[in-house]
Design a binder for this molecule. Structure first.
Ligand code: TA6
Length: 295
């Protein structure tokens, strides 16, 4: 499979498809600006680092690679719903897009030295069992001085459908104590761990316990500051942002996360969740995009 992909979509000296764990396939990108690895399973960016920088994303050392369970880390695409299904708890958490193999549609070498990979996921018999609508997802990932992850959600059917999304990004950190999250001062958030109470803070915040906040009515960029590096997360097509750290007990309770996982990552998720779930009308496309910039 990789040979055929390389024949059609490989870019000499920049992008090659290779076999990954459990016979999965990944795109390996090395260009003058950055390196990255993108798994076709889940359409998931697993590694990204600008040249001269340490990895920006965290992948669990105990992640499960079996082509069934979502890989813990990188940039899982949660769609068409976030967390539990709104009416049927038997359906998979965070939808199914992160559990499906995406197809390669296009690869492009940018004039600026960046590399673009375009993946697609089209509704089929399997998806209709979970989500009775017709859709075409187009995931455009650009690897360069910054990492851009853009999800285009097209309704190819005749019935409007709800589109809940989280670009569920695991950012690598060197210890949780020094991390400060800025850009959300004065923005209301739903505290999912305190009875979904709506709260607001007036300054950058740190992490001292399990944290799961859904910032609402916010197009704001977020900056994760810590140690010698800041990472800025910009977005469009989204008015909600999820910030999550599992802290100690949830790290220990999560099989594919090390006990000290909470010290190694913070999730900042560009989203359409809660009141920001979008309705995509027949023939229409909604685009949600997250740009990660190392500063
Ligand atoms: O985005 C935060 C969250 O909803 C947490 O509650 C936690 O469940 C996390 O996502 C990971 O979900 P997963 O299904 O990948 O274990």
């Amino acid at each position: 499979m990789q040979d055929e992909l390389n024949r059609i979509h490989g870019i000499d000296g920049q992008l090659q498809f290779a076999q990954a764990e459990a016979g999965l396939t990944k795109a390996v990108i090395n260009n003058p600006l950055a390196s990255a690895e993108i798994h076709l399973f889940g359409g998931q960016v697993l590694q990204y680092a600008p040249v001269g920088q340490r990895p920006v994303l965290w992948v669990s050392p105990t992640a499960i690679y079996n082509g069934v369970k979502a890989i813990r880390g990188g940039v899982p695409i949660c769609w068409p719903w976030f967390m539990s299904h709104p009416t049927d708890p038997t359906l998979p958490a965070h939808g199914f897009a992160r559990n499906r193999v995406w197809s390669v549609a296009k690869t492009t070498a940018g004039d600026d030295g960046s590399t673009q990979l375009e993946l697609t996921l089209i509704s089929d018999e399997e998806s209709r069992k979970l989500f009775p609508y017709e859709f075409a997802l187009r995931l455009v990932i650009e690897v360069g001085k910054q990492l851009s992850v853009e999800l285009n959600i097209q309704n190819t059917g005749s019935i409007p459908f709800p589109s809940g999304t989280a670009i569920h990004t695991y950012y690598a950190i060197d210890g949780i104590e020094a991390i400060r999250c800025s850009g959300l001062a004065g923005v209301e958030f739903v505290d999912n761990l305190d009875g979904e109470t709506i709260k607001c803070e007036d300054e950058p915040f740190g992490f001292e316990a399990e944290t799961e906040r859904v910032y609402i009515n916010s197009g704001h960029a977020v900056t994760l500051q810590g140690g010698d590096r800041s990472v800025r997360i910009e977005k469009s097509g989204s008015q909600s942002t999820v910030v999550w750290n599992p802290w100690i007990e949830k790290s220990k309770a999560t099989g594919d996360c090390p006990d000290d996982g909470y010290q190694q990552f913070v999730c900042v998720e560009t989203a359409n969740v809660g009141q920001d779930v979008r309705t995509v009308e027949p023939g229409q496309t909604h685009t949600i995009r997250q740009v990660t910039i190392v500063q």
